[in-house]
Design a protein around this ligand. Structure first.
Ligand SMILES: [Zn+2]
Ligand SMILES: [Zn+2]
Length: 343
């Protein structure tokens, strides 16, 4: 990794208000303990630590990695936290974060809503919260299967694993469509961006490497409890490259501004390739999106504000770049919705 990107990753962390800060984290990554990833928990944690992340969930398949057993090398930053977690892995997968012990995964049922509900209930018993992972992996999980689940507040809107089809394909909807279908039907659910990386020894665009999907969480402090609580309130945004300098989710409006310097730092990363697209002019575009996925306002530029007219409003920033090889790549930031219907 070049020096520039390391320096800029370590330098951001704007102070908001009195004590709330933005913390960069990844909620989903694997280690040799699962048998199909290539790096130890120590190596994986060190990678994220050394690249300026503030927190990481070592979300192993049906294994609880006690953070106190993972020893990092060298000078350890005091603004880095390993958050206890697991990827509860049965017929559906979910990240259990902020748990005190292993969450059981053996529950089976032909109704996948019941399986997701079981993950949520068991995770809550272990003190944690659930993120429903990669709904488009394998047989897609449909919005009507997610909708009946109680106490589920997060799902992976973007997972950078090349095999999980976050943007959809001929047989699967784009997960933003799934999200809007859930929001329109009055579910309170927030979109998470994660790596789900398994490979840290071989690198390349097609490899399942880290550093491509993360969340920025606005929290009073950097503890497992505070980060989880902030995410459950929607006090975060998800990124695949775009960084925000301002984000206000007001009672009846959303206002945001892109931090162009931090975005440039992220895009300088040798690990980030963006989403290849075939159409569009390079630039930064903001869309404000309401019920049914309707774009209620759109603009070109680095800042925008929009009033909430319908039951909810969310914002998406698309930063489109033309690479030296002529290809077009898109990078995103997705804010969480603001609700006006009292949910
Ligand atoms: Zn998974
Ligand atoms: Zn995974």
């Amino acid at each position: 990794m070049n020096q520039l990107s390391l320096v800029c990753l370590l330098s951001f962390m704007p102070v908001l208000g009195f004590s709330a800060k933005w913390y960069k984290g990844n909620t989903h990554v694997h280690t040799t303990l699962c048998g199909h990833a290539d790096s130890t928990p120590e190596f994986v944690a060190q990678w994220y630590h050394d690249r300026g992340y503030n927190f990481l969930v070592l979300s192993e398949h049906n294994k609880f990695i006690d953070p106190s057993t993972v020893k990092l090398k060298g000078e350890i930053r005091d603004d880095f936290l390993l958050l206890p977690g697991e990827e509860v892995t049965g017929p559906v997968h979910s990240t259990a974060m902020n748990i005190s012990r292993l969450v059981p995964w053996e529950f089976k049922h032909k109704d996948r809503s019941k399986i997701i509900q079981n993950h949520v209930d068991e995770t809550r018993k272990a003190g944690g919260a659930v993120i429903l992972n990669h709904p488009n992996f394998g047989r897609p999980i449909h919005s009507h299967e997610i909708l009946p689940v109680k106490n589920l507040y997060m799902f992976e809107l973007y997972n950078s694993h090349p095999g999980v089809h976050s943007f959809g394909n001929a047989h699967r909807p784009n997960l933003e469509q799934v999200w809007d279908a859930l929001l329109e039907k009055k579910m309170t659910i927030y979109g998470v961006s994660s790596d789900d990386a398994h490979k840290l020894q071989k690198w390349g665009e097609k490899e399942n490497n880290p550093g491509r999907g993360w969340v920025m969480v606005k929290s009073e402090d950097l503890s497992s409890e505070a980060i989880t609580k902030a995410m459950l309130k929607g006090d975060f945004y998800s990124s695949s490259g775009v960084m925000l300098g301002k984000l206000v989710r007001g009672e009846s409006h959303i206002e945001l501004a892109v931090n162009q310097d931090e975005t440039a730092c992220e895009l300088a990363s040798e690990f980030l390739f963006g989403r290849p697209v075939s159409k569009g002019e390079p630039g930064t575009y903001i869309e404000f999106i309401g019920p049914g996925g309707e774009v209620v306002k759109s603009m070109e530029g680095n800042s925008g504000i929009c009033k909430v007219e319908g039951a909810y409003l969310r914002a998406k920033v698309t930063h489109r770049v033309k690479k030296k090889d002529g290809s077009l790549r898109e990078y995103y930031a997705w804010t969480q919705p603001v609700f006006t219907d009292g949910r």
